[in-house]
Design a protein around this ligand. Structure first.
Ligand code: FAD
Ligand code: NAI
Length: 467
């Protein structure tokens, strides 16, 4: 029987990063993966393919609507959807092969099949042909990730009623796309298909989009999306979808109850969240506890209630983000190696990769108010930023939230072009316990969009220069 220091079940960003870090630290590492390629949701059907489609569809839109006003004359762009999808598939292929290469480089042994924990120290791997083998391991890390949350009574066929998976490979542009859920997936993939020509309506249960992100940023972001043509029905829920005719008929009710209305669509995208994957893992048999949402319960060191069994990533509590899973993977590998692995959950950036983007790190204004923490706000709009003006891309703003007494930065929220790349200086600042003054006194290159970050930091003390 093969024997290892560590066996990781699942090779998403949590699992594969954990395996690599553990191998770097000298452990003999095995991974178990049930899919034909490594990289999990993120690389195969999540972050990577969605960003390839967002990139290509954004350029398609720019060529169609923005080139002319800059004096670039091109004939109206034509969509070649099969090639666009191939571009996306190539992005996936390159990334998943990258993980396979890293496994080899780090001498990580990969077992193909579904992993099931038999007991502490023993994982059974069942291959696609039904053959089983058992792997012995001092420690086991569960990194089995998450799957699409289903809506009761609405059956996903990935053709007309789709999840994010189907939305990454539609073979035609729907005339009318109805998106259920104004979360990250709904807005990113809704944007992709709107840019490619679909008429998109988003139905959201709550009275706002992107719950959990800063309210002021999201209100402005919603207005921008509406200008782009996306329609929103907030405070509404889809209770049924009739798929018996050529056009789907969605029944929509006010969230608070009341008269229903029917909306027709060619395609309905269900994007109401994701649920942890634990089925078939043998958790019950091994005695591993889960919470009321099916997530594996862990302590601050990723340990489950059963000795030698740990869990990270989407399958445990916390934001379902690839970089959160990765950081947990590194932390648990270091903890198992006797080091002080740690994840600072207060400084995990979040980015929505639409155009413009939304980016945030730390506390929102709503959270600070609820916690009764006194804070100062510094804001700066891109309309007053030289680079944004020169590119005529001035939507959005940067907002700093700093402790009223100490000026320590508690949160930063942005909407605007490329803010997903700009949030990280704020994350570094927060990791070092920095103040708005610290950032405001840091020289920023001109002309850059990042100058808006500096100006927003200056605005905390009411001393922005360019407004
Ligand atoms: P996963 O990536 O879900 O990987 C789990 C792996 O475990 C899979 O490969 C699965 O096959 C395997 N597995 C499960 N059970 C078993 C078993 N019993 N035996 C063997 N193998 C098993 N996050 C971001 O941060 N940025 C983004 O831009 C972003 N975009 C996204 C876009 C979409 C459309 C979706 C759906 C998600 C997106 N996410 C994004 C979220 C991100 O994909 C997840 O947070 C991340 O993949 C979680 O990593 P993980 O390692 O915990 O699990
Ligand atoms: P989400 O949790 O972000 O949003 C789901 C939305 O659906 C919420 O606004 C919720 O209020 C709404 N909703 C729930 N039930 C509803 C109903 N019955 N009717 C109408 N609305 C309903 O989930 P989403 O968008 O599916 O994404 C899943 C996960 O994937 C997220 O946790 C996110 O972190 C991750 N992800 C991250 C990305 C990024 O970092 N850029 C991109 C895509 C996904």
């Amino acid at each position: 029987m093969a024997s290892y220091d560590l066996t990781v079940i699942g090779t998403g960003p949590g699992g594969y990063v954990c395996a690599i870090r553990a191998a770097q630290l000298g452990m003999k590492v095995a991974v178990v993966e049930k899919w034909p390629t490594y990289g999990g949701t993120c690389l195969n059907i999540g972050c990577i393919p969605s960003k390839a489609l967002l990139y290509a569809s954004e350029l398609f839109e720019e060529a169609g609507h923005k080139f002319a006003k800059m004096g670039i004359k091109v004939s109206a762009p034509e969509l070649d959807l099969p090639t666009l999808l191939k571009f996306k598939d190539q992005a996936v292929d390159g990334n998943v092969k990258g993980v396979a290469f890293l496994f080899k480089k780090n001498k990580i042994e990969a077992f193909a099949g579904t992993g099931r924990i038999l007991s502490t120290g023993k994982v059974e791997v069942k291959a696609a042909d039904g053959k089983t083998q058992t792997v012995e391991s001092k420690n086991i890390v569960i990194a089995t990730g998450s799957d699409v949350a289903k809506l009761k009574g609405i059956e996903i066929d990935e053709k007309r009623i789709i999840s994010s998976e189907g939305a990454l490979k539609l073979d035609h542009v729907p005339q009318k796309l109805l998106v259920i859920g104004a979360g990250v997936i709904g807005l990113e993939l809704g944007s992709v298909w709107r840019r490619l020509g679909a008429d998109v309506t988003v139905v959201e249960f709550l009275d706002r989009i992107l719950p959990g992100m800063d309210g002021e940023v999201c209100r402005q972001f919603q207005r921008i999306l509406e200008k782009q043509g996306i329609k929103f029905m907030l405070g509404s829920k889809v209770t049924a979808v009739d798929a018996s005719a050529k056009l789907l008929k969605a029944q929509i009710e006010p969230a608070a109850g009341g008269a229903a209305q029917t909306l027709e669509a060619d395609v309905v995208l269900v994007a109401i969240g994701r649920v942890p994957v634990t089925e078939g893992l043998g958790l019950k048999q091994a005695g591993v506890a889960t919470d009321n949402r099916g997530r594996i319960v862990t302590d601050a060191h990723f340990a489950t209630n059963v000795g030698g069994i740990y869990a990270i990533g989407d399958v445990i509590a916390g934001p379902m983000l690839a970089h959160k899973a990765e950081d947990e993977g590194v932390a648990i590998a270091e903890i198992l190696a006797g080091q002080a692995g740690h994840v600072n959950y207060g400084v995990i950036p979040a980015v929505v990769y639409t155009s413009p983007e939304v980016a945030s790190v730390g506390k929102t204004e709503e959270e600070l108010k609820q916690a009764g923490i006194a804070y100062n706000v510094g804001k700066f709009p891109f309309t007053a930023n030289g680079r944004a003006k020169s590119n005529q891309a001035t939507d959005g703003f940067v907002k700093f939230l700093a402790d009223a007494k100490t000026d320590r930065v508690l949160g930063v929220h942005m909407v605007g072009v490329e803010v997903g790349e700009m949030i990280h200086e704020c994350a570094v600042l927060m990791e070092f316990g920095g103040s708005a003054e610290d950032l405001a006194r840091t020289c920023h290159a001109h002309p850059t969009r990042s100058e808006a970050v500096k100006e927003a930091a200056l605005a905390v003390a009411r001393r922005s220069i360019h407004i």
